[in-house]
Ligand binder design. Structure first.
Ligand code: IPD
Length: 283
């Protein structure tokens, strides 16, 4: 039987602090030690789904940090770390979200670190309770914990409280044709062909779309209102976990084909827009 964690307010504060610390540490690593020429070490679901040495180094660093500070928790990482825990809490790690941007030196990639309850390996089986997304190119970290609001602060302040923190709030746009919508595409050619078909319907109905290349940064943009909504099918727990709680704590909603976000569909927006975006994507 799954352990039910006792999630107190003090624990949430501590988990959010650790998410920020770990995401900023790994963000500094991938930015400061990015080789002039990034080599592709391996490919995963398709030839375009790449792993670089820095994805591996960042995940190894995050793995070590979680083991040092929270040895009782589980860990699930994009590049293969899969550790069962005993506490009922699991760290869900994306060591570089936006790997293709990273490869091409396009400054839109992130480190996403979250703590979730439930089965992190089961689509729709878990919920985030704390998370941080570090945007190392802008030297910012975005973070939230359940019930604590959503915040952005400069990464240099990461350990020193809310001195320069700004509260995040989703946009209040409720008209689909005025909405700027972020989206993304999977790595599999057949999936992309279906996503292109959906876009034929979506594009004429909205203000415009943005394909930034990092689901975690797309979700942060929904949270800070710099896009009105985000929708994508096929995303994984590590792309979604930290951004999900940041959007919810910024007053937004995150849903899926029915209610929970996941592989079939993830939609994030302000409460007035979510249903409209979901219906548009579902056709
Ligand atoms: C990808 C990015 C991209 C999204 C893909 C993800 P990765 O993650 O978040 O924006 O469209 O679905 O797989 O591979 O860069 O960690």
């Amino acid at each position: 039987m799954e352990t039910q964690p006792n999630v107190t307010d003090d624990l949430l504060v501590e988990l959010e602090r650790l998410c920020v610390e770990f995401a900023v540490t790994a963000g500094a690593l991938i930015r400061d030690e990015r080789p002039g020429r990034v080599r592709v070490e391996a490919t995963k679901s398709s030839d375009t789904d790449v792993v670089t040495v820095m994805d591996q180094r960042s995940e190894a660093l995050l793995h070590r940090l979680v083991r040092e500070h929270r040895p009782q928790d589980g860990i699930l990482g994009e590049e293969g770390v899969d550790v069962a825990g005993t506490s009922g809490l699991t760290w869900v790690l994306d060591p570089i979200d936006g790997t293709v941007n990273y490869l091409y030196d396009i400054p839109a990639y992130a480190v996403s670190v979250a703590v979730v309850v439930g089965d992190a390996r089961a689509d729709g089986g878990w919920t985030p309770i704390a998370g941080a997304v570090c945007d190392p190119c802008r030297r910012l970290v975005h973070h939230a914990r359940r019930g604590g609001g959503a915040w952005t602060r400069p990464e240099r302040d990461a350990g020193t409280g809310h001195a320069e923190s700004a509260a995040l709030r989703v946009s209040t746009e409720d008209r689909l044709h005025r909405a700027l919508l972020a989206t993304g595409f999977g790595y599999d050619a057949e999936v992309r062909a279906r996503q292109a078909e959906i876009l034929r319907r979506v594009l004429p109905a909205v203000r415009d779309i943005r394909r930034i290349g990092s689901a975690a940064l797309d979700l942060v943009r929904v949270a800070d209102g710099s896009v009105d909504a985000y929708a994508e099918s096929g995303i994984n727990a590590w792309d979604l976990a930290a951004g999900w709680i940041i959007v919810e704590e910024a007053g937004g909603l995150v849903g899926g084909r029915v209610d929970r976000p996941g592989k079939a569909l993830t939609v994030a927006a302000g409460p007035q827009l979510l249903e409209r975006v979901r219906s548009l994507f579902l056709g």
